[in-house]
Design a protein around this ligand. Sequence first.
Ligand SMILES: [Zn+2]
Length: 388
Amino acid sequence: MSRFETHQELIAAMMARQAAQPVIETKDIDGVIRYMKSDKCKKIMVMAGAGISTSAGIPDFRTPGTGLYDNLAKLNLPYPQAVFELGYFRQNPQAFYTLAKELAPGRFRPTITHAFVKLLADKDLLEVCYTQNIDTLERRAGVPPNAIIEAHGSFATQRCIECKRPFPDATMAAHLRDGSIPRCQLDRLPPADDAKEHRDTAAESSETETDVCNGIVKPDIVFFGEPLPKAFFDGFPHTLEADLLLIMGTSLKVHPFADLADMGVCPRVLINRDPAGDIGSNHDDVVLLMSCDDAVREIARGMGWEEELDAVWAKTALATSGAPAGETTVQQELERILENVGNVVGKKEQAQTEIVDDLAGSFAMLAVDREERAAASGSPGAPALAQE
Ligand SMILES: [Zn+2]
């Protein structure tokens, strides 16, 4: 239940907030720390974007010489976004599973920023963590699953695209490891009512009745044109519960995710390399243009939590490591690129200009140039979707 019983109460709270003195006294990291130490800050909402995962090894897509063009060319995609489009996936799932093999969970270590979110949960300060990322690094850092809302889905669960029933995790993991296409092994469901007529006339064969579904299985990642998960909308009341909104590593260009930043009545702190959205326009906004990892370490130090932060992060070390750190192979490069690509999601209703801007953001969709991207987004069957 929200602390605001009626719309009138909420509006009154928003007006009072605008009229009141800022609760964050200085617009810098020290001001944020002082506020966090005060008894006014009991619940913190996090909005996380691709920027909190960059130090896990995700490269800047615009950096020349990453070999991105060459690697994508191997997949024979009609255009890069196709790999995250349901129509293309249905016809050619192998392209996605070739990518997914490289994206398979367990290859990337959570960052200090992920560990900081986990620490907030340990301190009973985390109201909720909304993330745009599909890399599941929040989960792997130990943030309680019920405190995470993966706005664009994740690799954590999967289901058949035909009958929509879940598919076993262990079997899925095996497919992700070897890049093969998982297919639904459950009994074929009876046709829906509107297909009854067709079944009566055409499906008399007992062979079809006992057949398995055989639908292609897809991770619960939001593909272009797919709706956001119900959890995204169900989580809206959290925005009203928070005493502090920490917006980390996102340029706030993808809607409706970005709209979360405008729903609450609490101070907002942006931690990002670049300005984002309208953060800075409210009198309680703080904009910290710096790396997420540096910022959360400084905050933790100010709070007296630095040792605990390092201890939480130490637990996230990968159990087994492949190539020695520092040695970047072409394969690793592709993995990192693909993980970033994996952050893509789409929303059909998004304006074309927004899409192009999003694609030019940190996510910088697959290094195709703006014109190509705009053309691809506008082509038939290419939903307008993208994410930073
Ligand atoms: Zn099925």
